[in-house]
Design a protein around this ligand. Structure first.
Ligand SMILES: [Fe+2]
Length: 187
């Protein structure tokens, strides 16, 4: 018998407003508005915005059957009135789902099946979101503070960002004098 007792967490998610993820193997990246300017309606404005949009921390487990864990921190910025959005993606494997858990802030999770079905789920501290594998998903920070969301998804799901870069999402969210206005995209 080999009993291993671990007193200090190997990985730790702070359960405060920071939702900071720490531990060996945690990786981070940042996206600035200019990095994905074409996702915004006013891409011409976005391309000059050297402004932090979001930061992601994640941990990837070992093996093909592993789960990933991550936290996305979205800043409360707008591009000509359009709220800060994540790039958004389908999973490369459309059968692989994901959970989101909002830790702080407020916004929306947009789920899109690639056809006519669009679901906007309000995100507030503690809201838990189940994302079936068929849905592309994108978060929108409609609040005045950082929107933080924890996520858990199969490592084998992969990310298909290109499909969204090519097609965009069918709705955009704008600040309309403090109200969230949902605008369908017509092409
Ligand atoms: Fe995902």
């Amino acid at each position: 018998m080999n009993i291993k007792r671990i007193e200090k967490p190997v990985l730790q998610q702070l359960l405060d407003e920071s939702a900071l993820l720490t531990g060996e193997g945690v990786v981070e990246y940042e996206k600035y508005i200019k990095d994905y300017a074409n996702a915004y309606m006013h891409a011409d404005v976005a391309k000059d915005m050297n402004v932090l949009a979001y930061k992601v921390q994640s941990f990837s487990g070992n093996g093909d059957q592993a789960l990933n864990w991550g936290v996305t921190n979205m800043e409360p910025v707008t591009v000509n009135g359009e709220y800060n959005i994540t790039r958004g993606h389908f999973h490369l494997d459309r059968n692989q789902p994901e959970f989101y858990l909002c830790a702080a802030g407020e916004g929306y999770l947009i789920k899109w099946d690639g056809q006519d079905e669009v679901i906007l789920e309000r995100m507030t501290r503690g809201s838990l979101h189940w994302i079936e594998g068929k849905y592309a998903h994108r978060m929108v920070n409609t609040g005045k503070t950082t929107l933080r969301s924890l996520a858990c998804w199969p490592k084998s799901a992969g990310h298909d960002y290109k499909a969204i870069e090519d097609q965009g999402f069918p709705v955009r969210l704008f600040d309309d004098n403090g109200e969230v206005k949902v605008v369908p995209v017509h092409d």
